[in-house]
Design a protein. Structure first.
Length: 253
């Protein structure tokens, strides 16, 4: 079994009297896709925001590579090797595909106080951007303005930007949202490839994709973990079927 690289213990986040995430304990391992599923309002995106440092927990702990990183801000979490994508595509539309990735790679230069040289003069940054584009299969689109790409390709650009920061853990928040069938298949194949060298936590509503790519699934309902296990375990879990999966009907199981 691969080593645990990202884990939580009794992680909670409250907004007033609402527990959006309530005592959640999970473990993500290198080389695995750990999918978190559940109905709208289950707390999935809040969980990702806690793991990425975009939100501070109310209680509980987050450990990354064995280190307690609870409450660290997003920039610190990112520098420690965690990359994330968002529900809504977060790219610079007027810029080219390459320029978007180069900007992401520049965030790893260690300082922004380098005004004397143009961005294209930093070879390591350009190389990191090109490697990220190659990883997602967008080399041929490098000089294309992102605004002219399909929605699915824009999602791939966002993942490439994440890869340009050299992460070891990827938090992917609904990467298939708004994509067509062909684009979804391409992103699922990309996630499978990336899992070979990363720990991936995936939040996704497309159940066909989730069960095709996930090694481990955690089901959340109303902020709590209802069940966690292999895809086969989750398919056969009666409580999950009643609370979310609809006895194999609504979500095509």
């Amino acid at each position: 079994m691969s080593a645990v690289v990202l884990e939580t213990h009794a992680l909670s986040r409250r907004f007033g009297g609402l527990a959006a995430v309530d005592a959640v304990s999970i473990a993500c391992r290198h080389g695995e896709v750990h999918a978190v599923i559940g109905p709208n309002g289950a707390g999935k995106s809040t969980l990702i925001n806690l793991l990425s440092g975009d939100l501070e927990p109310s209680q509980g702990t987050v450990r990354l590579f064995g280190r307690d990183v609870t409450g660290l801000p997003a920039d610190a979490i990112s520098r420690l090797g965690v990359g994330r994508s968002y529900q809504k595509t977060n790219v610079f539309m007027p810029f080219t595909v390459f320029e978007n990735c180069r900007l992401a790679a520049q965030s790893r230069m260690g300082t922004s106080m380098r005004f004397a040289r143009p961005a294209h003069a930093y070879r390591a940054v350009a190389d990191a951007a090109r490697q990220a584009l190659a990883a997602v299969g967008l080399e041929a689109r490098a000089d294309t303005p992102v605004a002219t790409l399909s929605h699915g390709e824009q999602r791939q650009v966002e993942i490439a930007m994440t890869l340009a920061t050299s992460p070891r853990v990827l938090l992917l928040d609904e990467p298939l949202a708004g994509t067509g069938a062909e684009e979804s298949r391409a992103i699922v194949a990309l996630v499978e490839r990336l899992a070979r060298d990363h720990a991936i936590l995936l939040v996704e509503h497309d159940m066909d994709a989730v069960f095709a790519v996930a090694d481990v699934l955690t089901v959340m309902v109303n902020g709590v973990v209802l069940a966690s296990g292999t895809p086969a375990d989750i398919r056969g879990n009666r409580a999950v079927q009643e609370a979310y999966l609809g006895d194999g009907g609504e979500h095509g199981l």
